[in-house]
Design a protein around this ligand. Structure first.
Ligand code: TTP
Ligand code: MG
Length: 398
């Protein structure tokens, strides 16, 4: 028996939630992102409704460009707390179908339904049931791809968006992929696409028909991967839990480029606070802290530090983020964007780690208790709950 892997991706996720929560937005172009400030805003589009996509607006586009394309659209700031809540509800629906669910972002997951056809029906039926449940329980539509091959299911879910359901039957993988553009293939970015196009390789079928040796010459090891994927060969399994989500991160584009070091540190503290909260809510720890700085020249540097032990202690993560900034920032240069990420995530075992010095442990335990109470308060009363040290108001906004 071959595997049956479904990939589900919500349609226009953040924008669809806004439309669902406020029906007066339905049928209208809705753009989620930073304030466009009448075309002078400096942030980016997070996502937009399909009505806004007609104007050419897309995720990651500068918000000023979106405003140029559709000044009459409804521009809304993201409500992450709400999106995470809906995301959790949706992931629970997937868990009703299979215990093997791999969440790969806030709005998409793989579900392994292998050997469940007897119980649940054909790939097409299982896909329809999931779509129906998601619609009934959340009011939202999603798109589903199903096949025996992880990478093909991912491609398939994107083919008939929104509200799509696309099945590739086992044995038909090569035919299914052949006519599709090469940019549908995992790992093919603009650079790879340009190189392939220069050899007149434009479809996945063209790659499949290219000798492996030629692909190796063009791309080295990656050429082998391209060849396998283009031929529908990918034996990766669905990895349950958080293993698919390798990191969490936040970044902020300042209203104007800044040089004030104290303000930068304060912004980092805010981001560490939000990220630690997310770690603790989802019962995870991080081992690596990542920093991204973009100067006003657009030159971007990234630095990371891997700790001896995984942690979800606010103070430990913050101290390491601070030391990364301290060691890598050129303080005489203006900063346009700053980002903090935590990666190397693992599940949190219960209890406090007891290692080393007793006094250190008491401090760690107290800090852990404070973090736990803080997480509970924030969960109960929302994002307005803040650590006292975050209450002064020189925060970056955007
Ligand atoms: P996507 O699934 O990529 O996009 P989408 O659900 O909005 O639209 P589609 O129908 O094409 O799937 O991303 C899920 C959410 O993640 C999206 O609603 C907003 C957020 N996101 C960003 O904040 N920035 C980004 O650049 C992208 C791509 C997504
Ligand atoms: Mg989506």
């Amino acid at each position: 028996m071959s595997k049956l892997i479904l990939h589900v991706d919500m349609d226009a996720f953040f924008a669809a939630i806004e439309q669902n929560d406020d029906p007066s937005l339905c049928g209208k172009p809705v753009v989620i992102g930073s304030d466009p400030k009448k075309g002078k805003g400096r942030g980016v589009v997070s996502t937009c409704s399909y009505e806004a996509r007609v104007f050419g607006i897309r995720s990651a586009m500068p918000i000023s460009e979106a405003y140029k394309r559709c000044p009459d659209a409804i521009y809304l700031p993201p409500r992450m707390g709400r999106y995470i809540e809906v995301s959790k509800n949706i992931m629970e629906i997937f868990n009703n179908y299979s215990p093997v669910v791999e969440k790969i972002s806030v709005d998409e997951a793989f579900i392994d339904c292998s050997n469940m056809e007897r119980l649940l029906g054909s790939a097409y039926e299982i896909g329809s049931f999931i779509k129906r449940d998601v619609k009934q329980k959340s009011g939202l539509t999603c798109s589903v791809g199903a096949s025996a091959v992880k990478s093909i299911s991912k491609i398939a879910s994107d083919l008939n968006k929104p509200d799509g359901l696309t099945v590739c039957e086992p044995g038909n993988e090569k035919n299914f992929l052949a006519p599709l553009s090469i940019n549908k293939l995992w790992g093919v970015g603009k650079k790879t696409q340009a190189i392939l196009a220069s050899y007149n390789i434009n479809t996945i079928g063209d790659i499949a028909n290219t000798p492996l040796e030629s692909l190796k010459v063009m791309f080295g090891k990656n050429g082998v991967q391209l060849y396998l994927l283009a031929n529908g060969i990918d034996d990766r399994d669905v990895e349950p839990d958080y293993e698919g989500q390798k990191s969490i991160s936040k970044e902020i584009t300042f209203n104007e480029d800044i040089i004030n070091y104290e303000r930068l540190l304060h912004t980092i503290k805010h981001m560490c606070d939000e990220l630690t909260h997310e770690l603790r809510r989802s019962k995870r720890k991080a081992k690596t802290v990542n920093l991204k700085i973009r100067y006003s020249s657009f030159e971007t540097i990234t630095r990371s530090k891997t700790l001896d032990n995984s942690t979800n202690s606010f103070h430990t993560l913050l101290n390491n983020a601070h030391s990364l900034v301290e060691n890598s920032l050129t303080k005489t240069r203006k900063v346009r964007l700053i980002g903090i990420g935590f990666s190397n995530l693992s599940e949190n075992e219960d209890g406090v780690e007891i290692q080393g010095d007793l006094f250190e442990n008491i401090l760690a335990e107290n800090s852990n208790k404070t973090d736990t109470i803080y997480t509970q308060l924030k969960d109960k009363y929302g994002y307005k709950v803040r650590r006292a040290s975050l209450l002064n108001n020189n925060t970056a906004k955007d």
